[in-house]
Write a protein that binds this ligand. Structure first.
Ligand code: 5GP
Length: 187
């Protein structure tokens, strides 16, 4: 998709280009490959936002691994977190004794990941790490939350693209951009 597409008109500005994303995802894949030598991790995709990042990342990891998927409620169609986290789809496999990597699109307040980490720890994962495409450190409400792998730190702005949506749209943009406030401030 080129940047003349109509969806790009709804962006205030481009934040991370597809080339930059590609480089960082490759680098992260190499790091995970090194860190998990001799292991067979379970990568858990947090639907739906992480799906594009997840599909690219797993192909950059040169290890035997398995995949699982979880869906949780976070934002609905607003742009502010409610703090309420609900499991809409749970894992299919047991993670007891497994090396688990949670793959998330973006860490904002950290409420969602903090909750997920607690749940998966209770289920007996041997190790539990977080890989996030984006991090907004300025917005963190859980200061102790450790995000083990991050591709990009970004400023406090609402972003879409590369899996991230506003009201279910823009997930298919190949780049990441700041959504124009006019779009979500519409009556
Ligand atoms: P947290 O619990 O860390 O506040 O929120 C994490 C979730 O909020 C993310 O998984 C994502 O669904 C949503 N979120 C946070 N910031 C943004 C953003 O800038 N753009 C989009 N599309 N979603 C966001």
């Amino acid at each position: 998709m080129n940047q003349d597409s109509g969806m790009y008109q709804d962006l205030d500005r481009l934040l991370v280009t597809r080339q930059k994303i590609r480089e960082k995802v490759q680098e992260l894949g190499r790091r995970i490959t090194e860190d998990y030598q001799g292991k067979e991790p379970v990568l858990v995709c947090i639907l739906k936002g992480a799906c594009v990042f997840f599909a690219d990342l797993i192909r950059e990891i040169d290890l035997p691994l398995s995949l699982d998927f979880m869906a949780i409620s976070s934002y609905g169609s607003a742009t502010k977190t409610s703090g309420v986290v609900r499991i809409l789809k749970d894992l299919d496999q047991t993670i007891l004794g497994k090396d688990v990597i949670i793959v998330e699109d973006i860490v904002d307040s950290g409420v969602t990941l903090n909750y997920l980490k607690q749940i998966l720890r209770q289920r007996g994962a041997a190790t539990l790490k977080i890989a996030a495409l984006l991090d907004k450190p300025a917005r963190r409400k859980i200061p102790d939350l450790k995000v083990d792998y991050v591709c990009f730190d970004i400023p406090d702005a609402f972003v879409v693209g590369y899996g991230l949506d506003y009201d279910q749209r823009y997930r298919n943009l190949p780049d990441i951009g700041v959504l124009s406030p006019a779009i979500y401030e519409k009556p």
